[in-house]
Structures are given as C-alpha cells and as structure tokens.
Design a protein around this ligand. Structure first.
Ligand code: PMP
Length: 354
C-alpha cells in the first residue's frame, strides 16, 4: 500500500478470484467456466468487429440490448448490459444501497457481495443459511433492506423456488430485490417472468457460464424501466463504453444461436448427474445443485487436503477457508473427459489414504 491511498479504503478486503496458475496445464474445475468453446459464429463476429477497433463502441450497445430483449420477452428499456455481471452487481450496490437501504444477503453466498458493500460504503448484514445450506425465505420477508440473492446460490448450487422469490418481493415493496441468476440456465427457474409485476425486481445474468463467454466479460440486468434507468445513469457516470466492440458483436451472435447454448447446458447437466452419482458411490455428500458446479464433502478426507491432493495431480477445484464450509469443496462441472480425470484422481487419493 502506498502512503497516498485514501483512508476510506483502510478496511477493504478485495475479492479473491479462483486461482489461475500458469505453471502447468490443469484440469480446471475451480472457476465455474464452461468447458465448451464459445459458438463459432461468435468468434467470427468478434474478429469481424476487431477491424473497427479504432472507433469507440456504441455506449448503448443497441443491437445487443435489442437482441436480449427479444430473447427474454421484455422491452429494450428494461435491459442493461455490463462488463460482466460483476459490474451490474456493483452498479446495483451503488444505485440501491445506503444508510437508509442497507444491503442484506446470506452468510454463504457469492463472495463479492460484502466486497461491493464495503467499497460502496453500504451497511450490510448477513443472514445465516440453514444447517443444510437452504435459504429460509421467511427470514427475508419484510427485512426492509436491499436484498441480494444468488439463485441458484453459490457455492452450494441450491435454488430458491420462484414462489419464495415472489414472497420476498411482495414483502419488501420499498426495497430492490436483486436476484443474481449467474447459474440459472443449468436447471433452475428464472425470475425474469416476474419483472413486469414487481417494480422492485432486478434480475442479473451473465454470458460467462451457460454461454461459454467468461473471457468476453458480458453480463446484463433485466428489470423495470425505472431501475434500468438508474443503472444506466451510473454507467454513464463511470464507464459509458463498458462493452467493447468484439464482445458486443459476439454477444449478438451467441443469442442468435441459442440452440448451441441449450445443447451445452444439457451436456453439463448430464455430466453433473453422472459426477454426483459417482462421488456418492465413493462416500461423498453432495448438495442438490442446479448450477454448473457441485458442493461436496467426504468423511474420509478434509476439504483442504482433498483440494491439495488433487492440485498435485493436476486437477484444480475450489476450497474456501470459511469455517462453516471448510470441509467442503466446490467442483465445476466440465466435459465428461474432465470429470473422468477428476474421478480417477479422487479414487486414487482415497485408496492412498484408505
Ligand atoms: N454472480 C455469481 C453468483 C457468480 O458466481 C459470478 C461468477 N464469479 C458472478 C456473479 C459474476 O460473473 P461475471 O462477472 O463473469 O458475469
């Protein structure tokens, strides 16, 4: 830290992204990326757009917003696109949280929420998940705070049914409820269909997971026109050109090829079922995940130990130090071949310690 840094950042603990080691080629199952490449039309569109990189991009990303509005059945004025959904979430903390509207989220959820709260100066409280990591909706009803809810949740993969989301929306009419649907395309139900009924609902999604586009950095928000206008005001006050030309062009191409996305999501869901079954046979407990990752623990080996043993064998998974979940690991669901590699290594480790 330099001696010039503002004191307002003294308590800031930056988010720790999953490791991206460069020392060897790993079977990377630690950052919930999609194992399949982006659709070929997106690659072509991005390289075509690269020829115009001497020009700034369209700050409204008009074509992309229009295409998203068609795919999700809303008006273009109900959509904002961002540099990853992390940016949408950051803008939501800036726009909708303050002393009068503190933030609230689960104790075990996306690790960026407390960081965004901290950097935006938003007071926040955490509500513990239940023993089995499910979320008790009643604890959010009438909380009178800006709610951030990852659905399905991370790192557990457990979804809240839409009826529960609706309860939270109804009982907090004076606060925004942000539903972070980064993983919704892997088997959960989206709240987008509720945006015309609840002016306080903001749904946030990303191209990073189901659409194989984490490196392109493209996220979006869908909500009432007024909420989207608030977020646009923040965008125009920070980074009007937040979506570069290549990403915008690729995004449109991805949306024109929805069958490609759906096909890959189906493959990942099949691989998830296959992996859960195989791990359960090896004595693991797995939460009922509807995401492209699973959250697992074994009584035979500690979470950290398993993570380190797998890393030695070239397989990367994610371990969190938080006391409540230190026995667990989060494993991204990849291709069938990657899951074979994981399972072979897990068997080897269990035999060695057994
Ligand atoms: N929400 C959740 C729950 C996530 O796990 C992630 C991925 N780290 C994000 C949002 C952000 O994803 P991105 O910025 O790549 O869209």
């Amino acid at each position: 830290m330099s001696r010039f840094r503002s004191e307002k950042f003294d308590g800031l603990e930056p988010y720790t992204p999953g490791e991206q080691p460069q020392d060897m080629v790993y079977t990377k199952l630690n950052t919930n990326e999609n194992p399949f490449p982006p659709c070929p039309a997106a690659v072509t569109a991005a390289s075509q757009a690269a020829k115009s990189l001497m020009l700034y991009p369209d700050p409204d990303s008009t074509a992309l917003v229009k295409k998203l509005s068609e795919v999700y059945g809303v008006r273009p004025s109900q959509v904002i696109v961002n540099n990853g959904s992390d940016e949408t979430l950051y803008f939501a903390f800036l726009a909708f949280c303050d002393e009068a509207h503190p933030a609230v989220f689960a104790d075990l959820t996306y690790g960026f929420y407390p960081v965004f709260a901290s950097i935006t100066g938003a007071p926040y409280t955490e509500i513990p998940l239940e023993e089995d990591f499910t979320l008790d909706v009643s604890k959010y009803c009438g909380v009178n705070k800006t709610v951030f809810l990852a659905n399905p949740n991370a790192p557990t993969g457990i979804p809240v049914p839409l009826g529960g989301i609706e309860e939270i929306l109804k009982t907090n009419p004076n606060n925004v409820v942000v539903v972070d649907e980064a993983y919704v395309d892997f088997g959960a139900e989206s709240a987008v269909k509720l945006v015309d009924r609840y002016e306080n609902l903001l749904v946030v999604q990303t191209f990073s997971k189901s659409r194989s586009f984490a490196g392109g950095r493209l996220g979006f928000g869908i909500g009432s026109e007024a909420l989207i206008a608030d977020l646009n005001a923040i965008q125009y006050s920070t980074n009007p050109y937040n979506i570069n030309r290549m990403t915008a062009a690729a995004g449109v191409a991805i949306l024109e090829n929805e069958e490609y996305t759906r096909h890959n999501c189906r493959a990942i869901m099949e691989n998830r079922a296959y992996t859960v079954e195989a791990l359960q046979e090896l004595g693991f407990t797995c939460t009922p995940s509807k995401a492209n990752f699973i959250f697992v623990k074994s009584d035979a080996i500690g979470g950290k130990e398993l993570y380190l043993e797998l890393k030695k064998r070239g397989v990367l998974i994610r371990h969190f130090e938080k006391p409540r979940i230190k026995d667990y690991n989060r494993i991204t669901i990849g291709s069938r071949e990657q899951m074979h590699t994981l399972l072979t290594a897990v068997k080897e480790i269990l035999e060695e310690i057994g």
